[in-house]
Write a protein that binds this ligand. Structure first.
Ligand SMILES: *Cc1c(COP(=O)(O)O)cnc(C)c1O
Ligand SMILES: [Zn+2]
Length: 411
């Protein structure tokens, strides 16, 4: 396990000791999210590429030397991480790139990338001796946290917008969380959860403010690097809502560079839904901070009008000479079908948004023929069947009669 050297504010650069602050920078308030930094020179001495090669731990905990958990016994047995990275020759040929890799993070225990963060969040809550953990979420962070809390024997309180997809709410209830459906959007759920957490003293798993959760999410980037033999891809596409996932990718490559595992960062491309793109807007117009909007997209996981981790997200894109792009709901649904049919990976709307952004940029001839591209699929398609059904035609309904069938299908 890694001992945390310091927490550093992404806005003002002030540093804090681990136990000095719990969530964001006291000087900058909620926007001042913190980086978790380690003593890289010390870690380098015992944590090497060779150690990883010998490791038999095929979960994200193979990177425990750079994960902020104090007591190993607080790690839950659920297998999170080490999801497949598929090399899609079909997509590479079609879009004119050297390589296109698909990272299928819907293959996590509760079927989204959020499990990476929840695994760390629950271990931290136990480190602090908390018996209740809470969060607000568009859906996946919630269902993920509910699962990990259940395994750890923690109580969980979850705040989700009333409109959260059925499957995600079912997951929450099955895991035994106390579920509060908030009549409003994600921002309303976030604000209510913050007030309740403050009042009751629960552990706060809101990824937008809890610095340790992005550490969990970074394991997605660590895996991509390791799965490609420590040759980082040229560009990585990922959906952006609150901005924690893309910040996790940035932190992964930052850590790997600090440890000497890689020598250059990939360009990170954040993809937002056109109806909910405040971070994209700040990036394109070089704004110092993000202006909040009212979200409107069917990709519920990224329907975030008031992103909490905007500062880290903007840094991830700017510091890596990356980019941002928006896609419409129609483009997202089209991408959902295409990805499933060409790679077998079925993502939820936000899950395929990174791929939709890649398609758009490739069609605009923005991607070089010699580029190696990775695309993160952040959540499984079975999470939101209603949206998937919007993308496709109806099945054929027939009487159980071969003659009728012959009239209805053409082969
Ligand atoms: C949470 C989530 C995202 C976006 O992540 P942020 O950290 O909020 O930017 C994208 N896709 C899925 C499936 C998610 O659950
Ligand atoms: Zn600060």
């Amino acid at each position: 396990m890694a001992r945390v050297l310091m927490l550093k504010c992404v806005l003002c650069g002030r540093t804090y000791r681990e136990r000095e602050v719990d969530y964001t920078c006291p000087h900058c308030g909620m926007d001042g999210t913190l980086d978790v930094l380690y003593d890289y020179d010390e870690i380098k001495k015992h944590f090497t590429r060779e150690c990883l090669e010998k490791s038999r731990d095929f979960t994200q905990w193979r990177y425990r030397d750079i994960l902020p958990v104090n007591d190993e016994t607080n790690i839950q047995p659920l297998e999170v991480g080490f999801t497949p990275l598929y090399d899609s020759g079909v997509l590479a040929r079609e879009y004119g790139a050297k390589k296109v890799y698909i990272k299928d993070d819907g293959r996590n225990p509760t079927a989204s990338l959020k499990d990476r963060a929840s695994a760390v969040g629950v271990a931290r809550a136990l480190d602090y001796g908390k018996n209740t953990i809470a969060c607000s979420s568009t859906g996946n962070a919630a269902s993920s946290m509910a699962g990990f809390a259940a395994v750890a024997g923690l109580k969980s309180f979850i705040f989700v917008p009333e409109s959260a997809p059925e499957a995600k709410v079912a997951q929450l209830l099955i895991y035994g969380a106390t579920v509060v459906l908030v009549k409003g959007n994600y921002e309303d759920a976030f604000n209510l959860s913050t007030a309740a957490i403050y009042k009751f003293g629960w552990y706060n798993r809101n990824c937008g403010i809890n610095p340790y959760l992005v550490e969990g999410k970074k394991t997605c980037g660590l895996e991509i690097a390791e799965q490609l033999g420590w040759e980082a891809p040229d560009r990585i596409f990922i959906a952006v809502g609150d901005g924690c996932c893309i910040s996790g990718l940035y932190k992964a490559f930052y850590d790997l560079k600090a440890l000497g595992f890689i020598d250059r960062m990939p360009k990170l491309v954040g993809v937002q839904a056109a109806g909910s793109s405040p971070i994209y807007h700040a990036f394109k117009y070089h704004l110092p901070k993000v202006e909040f909007v009212k979200p409107d997209t069917l990709a519920d996981s990224i329907a975030v009008g008031a992103p909490r981790n905007w500062a880290k997200a903007l840094r991830a894109v700017r510091q890596t000479a990356g980019d941002m792009v928006t896609v419409t709901d129609e483009e997202i649904l089209e991408a959902m079908k295409e990805l499933a049919r060409k790679t077998g990976v079925f993502g939820e709307p936000a899950g395929v948004t990174g791929f939709a952004g890649f398609k758009k940029m490739a069609k605009e001839r923005y991607i070089g023929m010699d580029e190696r591209i990775a695309i993160v699929v952040t959540g499984n398609g079975l999470k939101d069947i209603a949206s998937a059904r919007k993308a496709v035609a109806k099945p054929i309904l027939v009487e159980p009669d071969i003659n009728e069938l012959l009239k209805r299908i053409c082969c």
